[in-house]
Every structure is written in C-alpha cells, then in structure tokens.
Write a protein that binds this ligand. Structure first.
Ligand code: G
Ligand code: G
Ligand code: MN
Ligand code: NA
Length: 253
C-alpha cells in the first residue's frame, strides 16, 4: 500500500502532530495532566487517527522513530507548560517495540536531560500485554525507568490479561480504567462492579487510578463516589491542540 512508504517520510516532512487530552482531579476538577495522542496530517488523505496507521507503523518498525518523535514533542511541550506555570504531567502511549528496544531507558534518560523536564512529570503508558510478556525482564526495565523518576501507568486496565501476582511485583504508579467499562456506568451492573473493583484494587496496591472515556455526569458522579483519583474524557474535554489547551487552561477556575 502507498501509506507504508508515505509513513516513512512523514517524520521528515513534519506531518505528525500531537493532541493533548486533559486529566483532572476527580474531587474538584483541578487539571493535573494531559495524555498525548498522535495524529497524522496526511497531505492528501487529511487528518488520520492512530488506528489508521499505528499498526502499520508497528509492522514496519517505523513506530520506533515515530514514538521517539512523540516522546520528544510531548516532553518539550510539557516543559513549556511548566515554564508557563502549569505543572501538568504528560502521559505518552508506548508500543511494545519501543519499550523493548535495547536503548529505550537510555533514550528516556537523554530526553529528560535534553528537555530539562523533571522526570516525575513524564508518565509512560504501558498495556497489560507489554507488562505480562516476559515478567522478570519487564520488571527489570520498569525498575530502571522508575529509578530515573518517570511515572508508569497501565493503560486500558481490565481488557488485557494481567496476572495479579505479577502486577503486585511491578513498580507501577497508576491504573487507567478502560473506557469500555466507563461507558456503561453507572447502570450496567457488571461494568459498575468491575470499575469499582479496579478502584479498590488500585487503592489496595497503593496506586492511583484514572478513569478514561468519561462522557456523562452520571459516570463522573459514580467514579467520584468510588474514590477514583483522576478523570479523562469528553465530559472534561476532547483532545486539544496546543492553542486550544492554552485556552482551556485559562478557562479553568
Ligand atoms: O486518539 P485516539 O482515541 O484516536 O487514540 C486511539 C488509540 O491510539 C489509543 O488507544 C492510543 O493508545 C493510541 N495512540 C495514540 N497516540 C499514540 C502514540 O503516540 N503512540 C502509540 N503507540 N499509540 C498511540
Ligand atoms: O490510549 P487510549 O486508547 O486510551 O487513548 C484514548 C483514546 O480515547 C483517544 O483516542 C481519545 O480520542 C479517545 N477518547 C477520549 N475521550 C473519550 C471519550 O470520552 N469517549 C470515547 N469514546 N473516547 C474518548
Ligand atoms: Mn492511553
Ligand atoms: Na486507554
């Protein structure tokens, strides 16, 4: 397909962009962070979402340079927000190939040095699949990242196949409740039970918990009632460009 060759040129042609979706403290709506979400501004096809090109990028190992671009851009932007008085954590989605690259930890270390971003303001989002792949090796890698001071979160929690005994060994900071559960809150009994159990599990393990895909007031109220720490989703804000994010921040009480 054409797209594959074009993907290889997209970085040098500066066709990728990041959107940032705000995350707020559940109890009072105070902004605490953003998740960086990649888009491809394709010269002919228009704005492409990750589901239209990330799998292809993974197949052709282009996800490694693309992911490096995302990390650099996200860290650079977070640093600018810090300097402007907005201490937001920036969460970045990782692909397996990126996380497994031999020089991944070193690349994060030099990224932090280059951008001057305090390590604690960078959060790396991993999937359950990435965590359970080769647990001793993954654990060692997470400990190296933890030693740098970066935060580690489990994305789409509840949809993968985490072993709880492994999970308890891993140096993780945050769980993100998958939006497939959040969407059915508060009335669908099974999803309510699962969301509530994930919050309790996170609490018990000493982790913070973020609900993603929060769209309605009833979902928000349920999650706040359960003791969920942070919220992300359309009820807070859609993913925003940098100028939109600036306006959104200024509009917060
Ligand atoms: O922004 P959107 O909802 O379309 O994102 C869809 C999916 O793409 C999400 O599951 C997200 O994890 C993934 N995604 C978004 N940005 C990135 C990125 O920079 N790198 C990787 N590997 N995945 C991303
Ligand atoms: O990494 P992850 O797959 O969780 O990425 C979050 C994705 O969810 C992004 O693609 C973003 O556009 C999407 N998203 C953000 N807020 C909402 C929401 O409130 N509802 C739904 N259905 N999707 C959302
Ligand atoms: Mn994510
Ligand atoms: Na997710």
């Amino acid at each position: 397909l054409m797209l594959e060759g074009e993907l290889g040129h997209a970085i040098i042609h500066d066709e990728f962009a990041l959107l940032f979706q705000p995350q707020v403290r559940a109890c009072d709506g105070h902004p605490v962070g953003v998740e960086a979400l990649i888009r491809w501004q394709h010269p002919q096809r228009g704005l492409l979402a990750p589901n239209e090109f990330i799998a292809l990028a993974e197949q052709h190992r282009l996800i490694v340079p693309i992911g490096a671009w995302v990390l650099r851009e996200a860290a650079r932007q977070a640093r600018l927000w810090h300097d402007a008085g907005w201490p937001l954590t920036v969460a970045v989605n990782l692909s397996t190939l990126q996380f497994q690259a031999p020089d991944f930890v070193a690349s994060i270390q030099s990224l932090l040095a280059e951008t001057g971003l305090p390590a604690g303001w960078l959060e790396l989002e991993l999937t359950e699949r990435m965590l359970m792949d080769d647990v001793p090796q993954v654990c060692a890698r997470l400990q190296q990242l933890r030693a740098l001071g970066v935060k580690l979160s489990v994305d789409d929690f509840g949809t993968g196949y985490s072993s709880l005994s492994h999970l308890k060994e891993l140096p993780i900071d945050t769980m993100k409740i998958d939006r497939s559960f959040v969407q059915e809150l508060p009335h669908q009994r099974e999803s309510a039970a699962i969301a509530s159990a994930i919050v309790q599990l996170a609490r018990g393990l000493g982790l913070s918990v973020v609900a993603e895909g929060v769209e309605t007031e009833a979902q928000r109220a349920f999650l706040v009632g359960q003791g969920c720490d942070h919220l992300q989703g359309m009820i807070i804000s859609a993913p925003l460009t940098v100028p939109q994010m600036q306006r959104w921040l200024h509009a917060q009480p």
